[in-house]
Write a protein that binds this ligand. Structure first.
Ligand SMILES: Cc1cc2nc3c(=O)[nH]c(=O)nc-3n(C[C@H](O)[C@H](O)[C@H](O)COP(=O)(O)OP(=O)(O)OC[C@H]3O[C@@H](n4cnc5c(N)ncnc54)[C@H](O)[C@@H]3O)c2cc1C
Length: 460
């Protein structure tokens, strides 16, 4: 029997599989998506969106106001994300400590874990000579208005920007293996140390048998069952919550299951320029806001862009007007506004077992959106845009919560030891445990929680 079965191979699952296997545990990793690599990533935006993301590229909230993106492939969302690494600050930890009652959520305890990871994870800033025009306009506008900005630390090796690489293609898997996804970093090392990996295997539900856990699911159309002494759920906010809801006996003991869902809703704003901006060329993302006034207000501004199909979906126009707007693709600069949303979302299953996500924006969220958009449009003006466009479709890329961590089993699902309450053999340390939205990119903290949890599980 396996010591650990790990469900999900993304930021958390990859790290945990590596730590546990390297320490000598017999581990199996189960992943619902397919195994691609740089030679087999589906070509083109339509190809990768439909084959490497859940639900053919897009999931939506019950009221269809928010779209959600999450990777479905070996390596999970770490293969298709933008690889920005950010530490939580004291404001984020204080909020988590207050909400969860967990004392180790503080810089003094978590910073050494980030430091440890930083020694292992290859990451760098984009050198200023490789900022594309979209990034340069962002910086110029920030400086004209007296706001602070900073280069982004990105988990990537050598992107070959000097050879003219366009890193927007990496949103469908990096063809140069420069992005440090778990697919190219931790999973090969873990496999060499003995990790077994099964792909295209979607776990449906679990049964807790006391001294072991049974996992049931489907692999390439066939029903399959497995057993392991302990199961690590690393299937993300939506994945973990759905598996636990379908495990009815377990779900019945977890009153907070599905609660605290949040996603940093992102609002794209465009400034149209007379001269080409070519935001899709070169480094996709180089800089971000780094201003205490924005942090206090719960907003973050990012320098980013989207490929053509996503842009077509984001634009508010139809028919001939839409065609005219798309013709300006090369002339568009982008400022994205992300808000630190209140964790009032709920994940549930409907009668047919389909995921339903209720994610209303609160009055405070709307106030943050208005504030952020006012700043973004003023920045476009400062950068010399001749026109501006506000996108209609709103996205959540950082899916968090559903199994919030905390000391009180009435309001949380996972305890400070990263065990599901009352279930010592069911372990979780991924994005589903987030009790609130930090307002900061989550991956580096998911890695830190997963590292801390792995070390705890190996000793208990
Ligand atoms: C386009 C995009 C850009 C992003 N950019 C950044 C960024 O720059 N910086 C940052 O910090 N964050 C970023 N994020 C968010 C970040 O990638 C996620 O928060 C993070 O990957 C979550 O880690 P995780 O381990 O919880 O889940 P994931 O990495 O999503 O991994 C979960 C895995 O579980 C698998 N799974 C789900 N259900 C099942 C099941 N039933 N059976 C078997 N397997 C299952 C999934 O297929 C997936 O592979 C981005 C996200 C997106 C979509």
């Amino acid at each position: 029997m396996y010591d650990f079965a790990i469900v999900g191979s993304g930021v958390s699952g990859g790290r945990i599989a590596f730590e546990l296997t390297a320490a000598g545990a017999k581990c199996l990793l189960v992943e619902a998506g397919r195994a691609f690599d740089r030679h087999s990533y589906p070509p083109g935006e339509l190809g990768y969106s439909t084959q490497m993301f859940w639900n053919g590229g897009l999931e939506i909230s019950r009221d269809a106001r928010l779209g959600f993106l999450r990777g479905k492939c070996l390596g999970g969302t770490s293969v298709v994300n933008q690889a920005d690494l950010n530490r939580f600050d004291a404001r984020a930890w204080d909020d988590w400590r207050g909400r969860s009652g967990i004392g180790f959520f503080q810089c003094a305890v978590m910073d050494p874990i980030y430091d440890d990871l930083r020694r292992q994870v290859v990451a760098d800033e984009i050198p200023p000579q490789f900022y594309n025009r979209n990034a340069r306009l962002f910086v110029e506008a920030f400086e004209r208005r007296g706001y602070h900005w900073a280069p982004i630390l990105r988990s990537q090796d050598n992107c070959h920007l000097d050879k003219g690489s366009d890193c927007i293609v990496c949103l469908g898997g990096c063809p140069r293996d420069a992005k440090q996804s778990t697919l190219v970093t931790l999973l090969p090392k873990a496999r060499a140390a003995g990790l077994e990996i099964e792909t295209e295997f979607e776990i449906d539900h679990l049964d807790d048998a006391g001294d072991h856990v049974r996992l049931a699911g489907r692999q390439r159309g066939h029903e399959r069952q497995l057993q392991a002494r302990r199961v690590v759920l690393a299937a993300g906010a939506l994945g973990n919550t759905a598996i636990l809801f379908r495990s009815r006996e377990i779900a019945a003991t977890l009153p907070a299951l599905g609660s605290s869902f949040c996603c940093h809703p992102q609002f794209m704003t465009y400034g149209v320029h007379r001269e080409p901006v070519n935001a899709h060329k070169g480094a996709l993302q180089s800089v971000e806001s780094h201003d205490e006034r924005f942090r206090e207000a719960g907003i973050k501004l990012e320098n980013v862009f989207a490929p053509p199909i996503a842009t077509a979906m984001l634009l508010p126009s139809r028919g001939a007007a839409h065609y005219q707007q798309m013709r300006k693709y090369r002339h568009i600069a982008c400022v994205e506004v992300a808000i630190r949303d209140e964790p009032v979302g709920r994940i549930a299953l409907d009668r047919r077992g389909k995921l339903v996500v209720d994610k209303p924006l609160t009055a405070l969220d709307h106030q943050k959106v208005r504030h952020g958009l006012d700043i973004a449009f003023d920045l476009h003006t400062a950068a010399g845009a001749i026109d501006t466009i506000r996108c209609e479709q709103v996205f959540g890329l950082h899916l968090m919560g559903g199994c919030p961590i905390g000391t009180d089993p009435r309001t949380s699902v996972v305890g400070p030891d990263f065990h599901v309450h009352g279930r010592p053999n069911l372990l979780v340390a991924d994005s589903s445990v987030f009790p609130t939205a930090p307002g900061i990119n989550p991956s580096f903290t998911i890695m830190a929680l997963s590292l801390r949890a792995s070390r705890q599980w190996l000793t208990h």
